[in-house]
Design a protein around this ligand. Structure first.
Ligand code: TMP
Length: 211
């Protein structure tokens, strides 16, 4: 198929909300339909990003200030946007990213309490004006998200329920502010139902309902 789709989709939500499974399902369905697509995740998806991810998630003995977190997530992002996202969109691919700038707004802004305008400014420097066409929020209550997490918690998964309530409220507020941009889905629905809702929305947005 020669169609040039060039479409940028991000998945967002609390740890344990099920977004990674949904991002993979969407990617597989697009591949089945021979739509040139790429699945990435943040932090990571470049050699530098994977190193930064290890520091951010697993560095128990190194102190990491919220502002340092903000810069590290955006350092990983700056490299990913330049090396992978922009070139892939230029080639006409559908680019799916498991977490992007709204994770930073929700976690470092609403969760850690960094001024939202500062988070937006740093995010926008790192992304060089590259914005998702569609962002998908899988909304689940923090208690349900915590129940679904695997054993062996990283620095973020080890945060308490109060932190996750602030992150969830942040996500809902961000999505409410831009209703045309966001697809908010009840993440407690079954995996197949959620996959179908996402598939219908994405194919509609690509101008090819059901493909
Ligand atoms: P994950 O790779 O399992 O999704 O873990 C990434 C963790 O990092 C997750 O807990 C969310 C957090 N995070 C932020 O706090 N800010 C960010 O900008 C991003 C991308 C992730």
């Amino acid at each position: 198929m020669n169609d040039n789709f060039s479409y940028f989709i991000t998945f967002e939500g609390l740890d344990g909300c099920g977004k990674s499974v949904q991002a993979e399902n969407l990617y597989s369905r697009l591949k089945e339909k021979k739509i040139p697509s790429l699945l990435l995740h943040e932090p990571g998806s470049t050699p530098l990003g994977e190193e930064i991810s290890k520091l951010l998630k697993w560095s128990d003995e190194i102190s990491l200030d919220p502002l340092t977190e903000l810069f590290l997530f955006n350092a990983s992002r700056a490299q990913l946007v330049k090396d992978v996202i922009i070139p892939s969109l230029r080639k006409g691919m559908v680019v799916i990213v498991d977490r992007f700038t709204d994770s930073t707004l929700a976690y470092q802004g609403y969760g850690r309490g960094i001024d939202i305008e500062i988070v937006e400014q740093i995010n926008s420097v790192a992304t060089r004006g590259c914005h998702p066409d569609l962002s998908i929020l899988l909304d689940v209550p923090p208690e349900e998200a915590a129940r679904r997490q695997k054993p062996g918690k990283d620095r973020f998964e080890a945060e308490n329920a109060h932190f996750y309530r602030k992150v969830r409220q942040g996500y809902l507020q961000i999505a409410e502010g831009e209703p045309d941009h966001w697809l908010v889905i009840d993440g407690t629905l079954g995996v197949d139902i959620v996959s179908q809702i996402i598939w219908e929305s994405v194919t509609n947005n690509l101008g090819r309902p059901g493909l």
